[in-house]
Design a protein. Structure first.
Length: 231
């Protein structure tokens, strides 16, 4: 009988051990570990596009334009208290049922949903929900992208399973570029407490694989509606 295949982790460790032997090091040297930690802590930034830079108003205008260019619809409200009415109006204008699912996000829970006729249910989606609302961690001006961290506050199932995804984002959280958002994620969660996934959503789900024809809703929501608070 042949020998059992070694796990990938064992193979990787064997390669690294061979490299360490050739260099005459063990990998536990204080100076070498210090250099690695310094690099991780203060890694230099790569090239950042200039497109999303500028004053907050400029970034917000670009975010809206880029989101609409990616087939999302965008609506602005002055305060969080106006969000439930904006959600109700969006569903009514599309002749959709007044039922929406959300996660446990405190920002969403504190909104005055009782001022509308909407039926709001909480928790992750099992696939039967037609519409869902999430709160984004941030927005990216240069691409019109929404950034959503996984977890009970905003379950990832809401990003992919319902046909209509409504995402609330605060105007102050619309940042210039991807690099700035990753900094926000690190500050928000801290080392060792990062979310399991961070979803970057640009427009509704779409595909052009079949005869080069754009199909919305191919792998997720066919509609993405962005509600910007304070912008």
């Amino acid at each position: 009988m042949g020998q059992a295949e070694r796990p990938v982790s064992d193979k990787r460790e064997a390669v690294l051990a061979a490299i360490r032997r050739s260099l005459g090091v063990t990998g536990t040297e204080r100076t070498r570990r210090g250099a690695v930690e310094e690099r991780l802590e203060r890694a230099p930034k790569g090239v950042v596009p200039a497109r999303g830079q500028g004053e907050p108003a400029e970034r917000l205008a670009m975010f809206k334009a880029m989101a609409e260019g990616a087939h999302a619809s965008v609506f602005s409200v002055g305060s969080a208290d106006e969000v439930p009415a904006a959600v109700a109006n969006f569903l009514r204008d599309l002749n959709l049922p007044g039922v929406v699912r959300r996660g446990e996000d405190r920002r969403l829970a504190d909104m005055p949903w009782d001022r509308t006729m909407l039926q709001v249910v909480a928790g992750p989606s099992a696939g039967a929900d037609l519409s869902a609302v999430s709160h984004a961690l941030a927005g990216v001006a240069e691409t019109g992208t929404l950034v959503l961290a996984s977890g009970g506050d905003n379950p990832s199932t809401l990003n992919f399973l319902p046909d209509n995804h409504i995402v609330v984002v605060d105007a102050k959280d619309v940042l210039s570029d991807y690099e700035a958002v990753w900094g926000r994620v690190r500050r928000a969660y801290g080392k060792g407490a990062m979310p399991r996934t961070v979803n970057w959503v640009t427009g509704p789900s779409r595909s052009g694989d079949i005869e080069q024809t754009l199909l919305l809703g191919a792998h997720g929501p066919r509609r993405l509606h962005v509600i910007v608070v304070g912008g």
